[in-house]
Design a protein around this ligand. Structure first.
Ligand code: G6P
Length: 608
């Protein structure tokens, strides 16, 4: 989704804004713009395309000298990604400029009202109503105008505002869209996320919904929605300095694939104390655990697919029924829940709008919420009753990799921990699984070491126009993620199917030369998979088998094989997905795709 940034200080704002936008570009990359307070008002430059297009335009039209300003990188929702629809938007008299992340739901009524009052709209965006509202409510007090305009808005928004009459002041407003304040020495910032600020300051203020801030070089004043100033704690963040750099890798995605052993170590090891799983700040008595009669797992995208893997471990180890629901669906059906239901919400960013809405809806119905989240202090982490952080570190590539595998690890650890609370697991099985969990980073590394072979396979298969993934049990859940990875970054049509289900319709699409990736790692179901492979081969498909190291039976049927390291069946998803991540990566690379910024996608989907 869109990314916003604001700066005020004593140095030139433009380099800070452009650097911040470059770091935020993974959030939105169809257009971008900046507005700077210059000596005689506000100057704005915006451009469709990526940040490099904006930089070029700025270089051609001259610098924008000024020490405060706002910037935006857009992921279009209302109106095409054109120069005009790009943010910032300016009031007709040039007094105000606004950047916005989110959606203004009542923008049509507001647009009609403002048009009737003579305001002229130049874009198709919902955002433009905000800047005209500011102008309408302005009578010399910018803070008041910001409050009054915000009070008229329905929907979700993080706003950045500058006013020509208040040089050196930038305003930031938060309502259901991510926004943080960065506190520096003689300079202050706001941004959609910490990535944009980490090189400048480690001191952050997290705004709550309904709060807004006025930043000057010397003060970061935060107000509640009535305009009363409130004292906010400053949080010092720990940030991996290499996180926002590619560190020699061609793409963030590849870097993040390679970071998985380290991320898994960070997710798992601190939770294993004296051979027992523990979660800091989250516990349950055995009695509380026994009362839980149902678990609903909800999420979007890859996080949902991580849930699909975790479900096997929870049901098998804990014997508690698990319902899976896309967050965008859960909120609009009538799930049967009561105080004995546990909702597990999974989200890398902690800011996904549908997941947030699902959490709010189920909380309203009295359900306890456990969040599995990567980004500390994100909205979902704050809303949930309990949080298990995945500690994957910052993830920049739009297509998640380490975010997903650490979610799977966290869910499996939860299943093990919960099964002990329920008294359903034998000591020996528990010990064996803890041991296996600790081996996962090493297995992930061995899966990464398959890289040269995967590159060869990508070279061989990258021209396929449609690729199917089939598997059974946990392998079926892994297929969902493997297929999503491939389609989101390579744009190749792909479908993932439970291997036994393919023949009930989709097999009609199998024709000579079609590639079918068949995961055959579930030992008990190996023979069934062989039958499914024969079915597609009989229709001319080429088969890329994925099997456990040493299993030579696969060679009888598959055209090519990826051998993955053996793991306990409940933990196998991690070493199996990594070669599929690499396969998607190298296929996309062979096809010349923009891997870190795939078309039409956003890293953090903060609108419904
Ligand atoms: C977007 C991203 C996906 C991600 C999904 C859920 O669609 O492109 O990679 O899996 O959102 O995001 P979350 O931050 O909630 O895990």
């Amino acid at each position: 989704m869109c990314g916003i940034i604001g700066f005020t200080g004593t140095q030139d704002a433009l380099p800070v804004l452009l650097d911040g936008l470059t770091k935020l570009e993974y959030r939105g990359y169809d257009s971008a713009g900046v507005a700077v307070q210059v000596c005689d008002g506000i100057r704005m430059i915006k451009s469709s395309g990526q940040i490099r297009c904006l930089r070029k335009k700025i270089a051609e039209s001259g610098m924008l000298p000024g020490c405060s300003g706002i910037g935006h990188t857009r992921w279009a929702t209302h109106g095409a990604p054109t120069d005009t629809n790009a943010h910032p938007h300016m009031s007709n008299n040039g007094k105000f400029a606004v950047v916005h992340n989110g959606i203004i739901e009542n923008y049509i009524e507001l647009r009609e009202e403002l048009t009737a009052k003579g305001y002229v709209f130049s874009s198709e965006t919902d955002t433009e109503v905000i800047v005209h509202l500011l102008d309408m409510y302005y009578s010399g007090d910018c803070k008041k105008a910001v409050m009054k305009a915000a009070a008229r808005l329905q929907g979700s928004y993080a706003l950045g505002v500058i006013c020509a009459d208040f040089p050196g002041s930038v305003f930031a407003v938060k309502q259901e869209s991510p926004l943080i304040i960065g506190v520096g020495a003689g300079e202050n910032y706001f941004a959609s996320d910490v990535t944009a600020l980490a090189d400048h300051t480690k001191n952050l203020i997290y705004l709550e919904d309904g709060e807004f801030a006025e930043l000057t070089p010397v003060k970061a004043a935060v107000f509640d929605c009535t305009g009363a100033e409130i004292a906010k704690p400053i949080t010092r963040i720990v940030w991996d300095v290499g996180a926002s750099q590619k560190s020699g890798y061609d793409h963030f995605m590849l870097k993040e694939i390679y970071e998985q052993p380290r991320a898994l170590k960070a997710a798992i090891e601190p939770r294993v104390k004296n051979n027992r799983i523990t979660f800091d700040g989250f516990d349950m008595t055995n009695e509380e655990a026994r009362k839980i009669s149902k678990i609903i797992v909800t999420a979007c995208g890859s996080a949902y697919y991580a849930g699909c893997v975790g479900r096997y471990a929870i049901e098998e180890l804990c014997g508690v029924p698990v319902e899976m629901d896309y967050a965008s669906e859960l909120r609009y059906r009538s799930p049967i829940v009561d105080e004995n239901t546990l909702l597990i919400v999974i989200s890398q960013s902690g800011e996904t709008a549908d997941s947030i809405a699902a959490v709010k809806e189920l909380k309203r119905r009295g359900v306890r919420v456990l969040a599995i989240v990567n980004v500390v202090a994100s909205t979902i982490a704050n809303l949930a009753d309990n949080v298990i952080y995945t500690w994957a570190g910052p993830e920049i590539a739009v297509a998640t990799t380490k975010g997903y595998t650490t979610q799977v690890a966290a869910l499996t650890m939860f299943a093990l921990w919960f099964s002990e609370k329920l008294g359903r697991i034998s000591e020996s099985r528990y010990d064996a699984l803890v041991k296996e969990l600790l081996l996962l980073p090493g297995l992930a590394q061995r899966a990464i070491d398959l890289n040269p072979h995967i590159q060869d396979l990508a070279l061989r298969y990258h021209n396929n126009s449609s690729i199917f993934f089939i598997g059974r049990n946990i392998d079926c859940a892994v297929c969902l993620e493997g297929s999503l990875k491939l389609k989101e970054i390579s744009y190749i049509h792909s479908e993932a199917y439970a291997a036994g289900e393919l023949k009930h319709g989709t097999i009609a699409l199998i024709e000579p030369g079609r590639l079918v990736v068949a995961l055959c790692c579930h030992t008990a179901l190996f023979d069934k998979m062989m039958s499914n492979i024969r079915e597609v081969k009989a229709r001319g498909a080429e088969v890329l088998g994925v099997a456990l190291e040493g299993d030579r039976r696969i060679l009888m049927e598959a055209d090519d094989v990826i051998y993955v390291p053996k793991a306990d069946p409940l933990l196998g998803a991690i070493p199996r997905i990594i070669p599929l991540q690499l396969f998607a990566y190298y296929v996309a690379k062979c096809n010349g795709c923009d891997i870190d910024k795939p078309k039409n996608l956003a890293k953090s989907v903060t609108v419904e």
